[in-house]
Ligand binder design. Structure first.
Ligand SMILES: [Fe+2]
Length: 172
């Protein structure tokens, strides 16, 4: 029988931190950040999969476009993981944890056409934007203005990427 280990989403560094945030507030923010880290990692992988597998007359343009997007998500991933560390949390860092705690759906074995790829990614970015909006509000309740501001910045990056995806599907 295979034993599946359930990982903890909130773990702390051993050295104390004294930045006028309660433990509960920090733990709330760490949980939010680790969950978004999982979503970002799955979306990065999904966008990169589409970069590899896109076909059709617009191949060259879409191939490059998806690369620009996964590179931007890659930077967000690093920022989110390091924000967890600034709050003295342990950042999740394994594919098993990303799948366990992430909420972005994958479709193994499916190779959609290019416009379905774009609409799938758009739906994922919009899902992340909705989550981040709620998360930013929660961090304000936690009195964690730093993470509140950080999450708003990440949300704006996703809003920008979502606009670029949406423009591909729009009519003149
Ligand atoms: Fe490539």
């Amino acid at each position: 029988m295979m034993i599946i280990m359930t990982s903890q989403i909130v773990m702390e560094s051993k050295k104390d931190i004294n930045i006028d945030l309660s433990k509960d507030s920090r733990h709330g923010a760490i949980q939010i950040l680790n969950k978004r880290l999982c979503d970002e990692y799955i979306l990065f992988t999904k966008t990169r999969n589409y970069h590899w597998n896109v076909v059709g007359p617009n191949f060259s343009e879409r191939h490059k476009f998806f690369q620009e997007q996964y590179e931007e998500i890659d930077e967000i991933i690093d920022d989110v993981a390091e924000r967890v560390r600034t709050l003295n949390g342990r950042s999740l860092g394994t594919l098993a944890e990303f799948i366990e705690h992430g909420s972005i759906q994958e479709s193994p074995g499916k190779y959609p056409d290019e416009s379905t790829m774009i609409s799938n990614l758009l739906a994922d970015h919009e899902q992340i934007i909705r989550s981040l909006r709620t998360d930013a509000d929660k961090c304000e309740e936690y009195h964690d203005m730093g993470t509140n501001d950080f999450l708003i910045g990440v949300m704006e990056k996703h809003e920008n990427m979502a606009w670029m995806l949406r423009a591909h599907l729009d009519k003149p």
